[in-house]
Design a protein around this ligand. Structure first.
Ligand SMILES: [Zn+2]
Length: 159
């Protein structure tokens, strides 16, 4: 993991690992400006989406369904943003792009979790790369909540 990405706060990696599949790693992002934001990273560090194999796309499709269903159940977001940017790394002399998806739930209504109010300050617009950390214990509980929900229905399929 040697990329820069303003959405991922990459200096500390993609975040806390929630789920590992054969081809992908799913992390809870360090920044929670949008409650439940995750990163879905391709394990081998593929540079471009066009380099993904058929089975990687198939598995990614399953992850999309499961993550969206899980978040819908626990926080009921209005919609989901999925983005693959890779921009920040190209500001460097030797860019090292790495395929990873930003999974960003978006909310019309405020959600309360861990005693904190989460508003989507940019609802209806593209998500802003503004870091918003939450207390470590809340982050931990959030990870656990998403993880528990994912794993109850879908046991780990790591290699
Ligand atoms: Zn990123």
């Amino acid at each position: 993991m040697n990329v820069s990405c303003e959405y991922c706060q990459i200096e500390e990696g993609y975040g806390d690992l929630i789920w590992e599949t054969t081809y992908w790693l799913i992390f809870l992002a360090p920044s929670q400006r949008y409650l439940g934001t995750c990163v879905v990273a391709q394990k081998k560090g593929c540079k471009d989406l066009s380099g993904l194999k058929k089975e990687e796309w198939t598995e990614f499709g399953l992850i999309v369904k499961r993550l969206e269903k899980t978040l819908k159940t626990i926080f009921n977001p209005t919609l989901f943003n999925w983005s693959c940017f890779k921009n920040a790394t190209f500001r460097q002399k030797n860019p090292k792009p790495e395929v990873h998806w930003h999974f960003i739930p978006r909310y019309k209504e405020e959600v309360v979790f861990g005693g904190l109010k989460f508003k989507d300050p940019d609802f209806g617009y593209i998500p802003q790369p503004i870091t918003q950390r939450i207390p470590p214990q809340v982050q931990k509980n959030l990870k656990k909540k998403i993880e528990t929900h994912l794993m109850n229905k879908y046991p780990k399929t790591s290699k």
